[in-house]
Design a protein around this ligand. Structure first.
Ligand code: NAD
Ligand code: AKB
Length: 317
């Protein structure tokens, strides 16, 4: 395990900033190279500046560090993606083609491709199973569905070991989300802990699939460490943590912060949320590589509030 040399692309983002530390804890500090468009002001060691639309620079980095695994996190997410659809398609697809080709040419052993519940669309009502029809409503979702199919193609055509999860909305205290439809579920905790009023951009009963960062990290590493013969899905595995609406997360926070106030002011993200499933059936992930989430909504709320209280006290002192 220690001989792996891992490149994380998009390492400064919500997932990347947590995943890099998680992988360094497992594989060793100097075995994990972080990369992003700009240097991370907090962690500059083992870091490469990389615009992943530039395949030549990616190739040099992979060669320079003898990379054996790539976690390709760079993407424009659902809400931000709708502001410039063609640019979103260009970034999300060009970066992934570069990863696939550079990995193929350099014999990279494993790739992680994060997909999303955004691959599902209007033909899924309620719960999405692994093989539900994919008719995504956003350019982000279209790019993720295409990326999944290209992963499957490179697996079948070249035998490349590419693994993928359809993450639900991820909730973390360590990092902020970057332009998604599920971002409200992180923001709400920050407002609650700071004693501020929260304006929610979704309606109160809009239920979406979500997952706590700790469970997302566990699922990612479990999938990547599973024996290849256990991996039966080479597009993207459905993954479920919990499902809740803004009203339900608000009620969960009220148990700890009883004077917290919320208003509902739905905007263009409401239509995106309504196009996504409310529940995810992740039976294949459970059967194939033993996935089980550890966090319920209330357990996550307790930890989010505890950790954010520590964070804001550090900032204030
Ligand atoms: P994020 O927006 O927080 O971070 C993405 C990072 O990619 C940013 O640091 C950005 O600077 C970088 N980036 C953008 N364009 C780049 C380029 N051309 N070259 C190199 N880096 C570039 O996103 P995230 O929430 O950390 O998500 C990571 C991945 O997981 C994405 O592919 C996203 O689609 C997927 N995902 C995330 C969630 C979630 O809730 N966070 C849910 C489902 C799937
Ligand atoms: C988004 O809201 O765009 C992401 C996702 C679920 O892919 N959090």
């Amino acid at each position: 395990m220690k001989s792996e040399r891992i490149l994380v692309i998009g390492a400064n983002g919500q997932i990347g900033s947590v995943l890099v530390e998680y992988l360094r804890g497992m594989y060793g500090e100097n075995q994990v190279i972080a990369s992003d468009l700009k240097v991370n002001s907090e962690r500059q060691d083992y870091f490469e500046v990389l615009d992943a639309t530039d395949g030549k620079t990616l190739d040099k980095i992979v060669k320079r560090h003898s990379i054996t695994q790539i976690y390709h996190l760079a993407a424009i997410l659902s809400a931000k993606g709708e502001q410039d659809p063609l640019n979103t398609w260009q970034i999300n697809m060009q970066t992934y083609f570069n990863v696939l080709e550079v990995a193929r040419e350099n014999g990279v052993k494993k790739i992680f491709y994060p997909s999303s519940i955004a691959v599902f669309g209007a033909h899924v009502h309620g719960s999405a199973d692994q093989f539900s029809y994919l008719d995504p409503s956003t350019v982000y979702g279209i790019s993720k569905a295409a990326g999944e199919n290209w992963s499957n193609y490179y697996f079948n055509r070249y035998g490349m070991d590419i693994r993928s999860l359809r993450y639900p909305g991820i909730i973390s205290y360590q990092s902020m989300p970057g332009g998604g439809t599920t971002d409200y579920a992180v923001d709400i905790y920050h407002k609650a802990v700071k004693g501020e009023h929260f304006d929610c951009f979704l309606e109160e009963n809009t239920t979406l699939p979500m997952i706590y960062m700790s469970d997302a990290m566990d699922a990612t590493v479990r999938l990547m460490e599973a024996p290849a013969e256990k991996i039966t899905v080479r597009t993207g595995y459905n993954l479920a943590g919990m499902s809740f609406s803004p009203k339900e997360i608000y009620d969960s926070i009220l148990k700890i912060i009883p004077d917290f106030e919320i208003s509902y002011k739905p905007d263009y993200r409401q239509a995106i949320a309504e196009s996504w499933p409310q529940q995810i059936d992740d039976s294949e992930a459970r059967t194939d590589w033993g996935w089980r989430p550890a966090y319920s909504l209330d357990k996550m709320t307790e930890e989010m509030i505890t950790e954010l209280r520590k964070k804001y006290e550090i900032v204030r002192s």
